[in-house]
Design a protein around this ligand. Structure first.
Ligand SMILES: Cc1cc2nc3c(=O)[nH]c(=O)nc-3n(C[C@H](O)[C@H](O)[C@H](O)COP(=O)(O)OP(=O)(O)OC[C@H]3O[C@@H](n4cnc5c(N)ncnc54)[C@H](O)[C@@H]3O)c2cc1C
Ligand code: SF4
Ligand code: SF4
Length: 399
């Protein structure tokens, strides 16, 4: 019987897995829809209508942070070689190392088989490298919430990192606070599905007659802020590298950055707001060069929102350059901290093209949309960073 069981609407369900994880009767499985996004599916033969899944759903019963603690910083790790390997200011690995040092475990997102993102646990600094860097596809949580609960009940220190909806899902699932749990969420403007990404990689391989070995969503070789993807591939027997700028290359990065290929729930995300439910929120401090031109940024700068006293204690322990800031500055160039973007009219058509016609059709759609804008983007792309900075600083002084 499932007549009483009404989970979140499909348009709002984030796929967090809290409902599937709480069900003691294994009546809920996470299954992929046609675009590759996971949704809960109830097995009516196993369901006893207890309602536990509905009560735990963070969309139906929003998770709140009652602590009313908030401090905001711009921050970057002190070791520039380490920071270069991370997507933004390299704050996540520093927090993670602190937890590992205390004998704890760290949960986060890694790439599997080149085109899937999954949550996993690491226990050593070597393994931590897997979690480093943003992967711009939705990560599959699997059974991780149960694993976290088990670790916590064995008094292990645990750091869980993920998108705000995943953090909300975990908090809802656990139902109570744990002093040995540190939750780190990300500023997030949305996630595409692994299936859309996989189609893109297949298309790229066919079009360029190459074998893609690795796709790094944010690489800092060409820009200090890392908004360039690095693709490592084999052409014949030769290994090569190609950098893909979001605005002047193929369709994936462009559509990701412009928010046109996300999960539906991302356009209605209740956790994109200033009252973060995690202990620490990490993002990019976009616009820092305009807001604080006196701060030099060589390899990226994080916005760090401290949302609890526990979070503050961890942040105090890490070795980083920390510059006090505030919400107004953090949000000035980064609206994802406080709001989600509108549902783009092209979103469904782009996903349909990828699903039904493949990458060629999406690329054609993209070329038509971008048109001459691309030439300007390309020209921008060949100006060296130092020259760009110089031009920006001239304009800044003139304002
Ligand atoms: C999908 C996504 C969207 C984002 N959107 C924004 C944004 O709009 N504005 C903004 O300011 N910042 C955004 N970020 C955050 C930013 O890109 C950095 O991840 C963050 O600042 C941490 O950087 P770092 O240098 O401290 O750590 P890094 O070493 O870069 O660590 C990356 C961390 O992100 C986690 N992670 C990576 N990919 C995923 C994923 N797919 N799902 C869940 N967790 C993941 C890892 O587990 C790790 O904890 C986004 C991140 C992701 C993953
Ligand atoms: S608990 Fe998570 S996966 Fe389940 S219905 Fe709610 S949002 Fe969707
Ligand atoms: S935008 Fe919101 S719903 Fe979408 S992945 Fe990010 S936190 Fe989850």
């Amino acid at each position: 019987m499932t007549d009483k069981v009404k989970l979140a609407d499909l348009i709002k369900c984030t796929g967090c897995t809290a409902c599937a994880s709480i069900c003691k009767h294994n009546a809920i499985a996470m299954t992929e829809n046609e675009d590759g996004f996971e949704y809960p599916k109830i097995d009516i033969d196993k369901c006893i209508n207890c309602g536990a899944c509905v009560r735990v759903c963070p969309i139906i019963n929003p998770v709140l942070n009652d602590e009313k603690y908030q401090k905001i910083f711009a921050a970057v790790g002190c070791n520039s070689n380490e920071v270069k390997k991370s997507s933004s200011g390299g704050i996540f690995p520093l927090l993670a190392k602190e937890v590992l040092l205390q004998g704890g475990k760290v949960y986060g997102c890694r790439i599997l088989n080149g085109d899937r993102a999954v949550h996993t646990v690491v226990e050593t600094e070597e393994e931590l490298e897997l979690l480093r860097g943003s992967k711009y596809i939705q990560s599959s949580i699997g059974r991780v919430f149960q694993q976290v609960e088990e670790d916590l009940s064995h008094n292990k220190k645990v750091l869980f990192s993920g998108t705000p909806c995943q953090a909300a899902g975990l908090k809802a699932y656990l139902k109570r606070e744990y002093s040995n749990l540190l939750i780190v969420d990300l500023v997030c403007h949305g996630v595409p599905s692994y299936k859309f990404f996989k189609e893109y990689i297949c298309w790229l391989e066919k079009k360029k007659n190459v074998k893609v070995l690795a796709y790094d969503f944010r690489d800092k070789t060409k820009t200090d802020l890392g908004c360039v993807a690095k693709i490592r591939y084999l052409k014949g027997k030769k290994e090569k590298i190609r950098f893909s700028k979001y605005s002047s290359d193929f369709y994936y990065y462009y559509y990701y950055m412009l928010g046109k290929i996300y999960r539906k729930s991302c356009y209605f995300c209740p956790y994109a707001n200033a009252n973060r439910i995690s202990d620490i929120t990490l993002g990019d401090f976009w616009g820092i060069t305009h807001i604080h031109p006196e701060i030099s940024i060589d390899n990226g700068m994080s916005v760090v929102m401290i949302n609890s006293i526990k979070g503050q204690k961890y942040f105090d322990k890490i070795e980083a350059y920390k510059y006090p800031s505030n919400l107004e500055e953090a949000v000035a160039y980064n609206k994802s901290i406080i709001s989600s973007i509108n549902y783009p009219k092209e979103r469904d058509e782009i996903l349909r093209l990828s699903r039904e016609c493949g990458g060629d059709a999406v690329e054609k759609f993209f070329r038509k949309e971008v048109g001459t804008k691309q030439l300007i983007y390309c020209l921008k792309g060949i100006v060296p960073i130092k020259v760009k900075r110089k031009i920006k600083s001239i304009f800044h002084w003139r304002k």
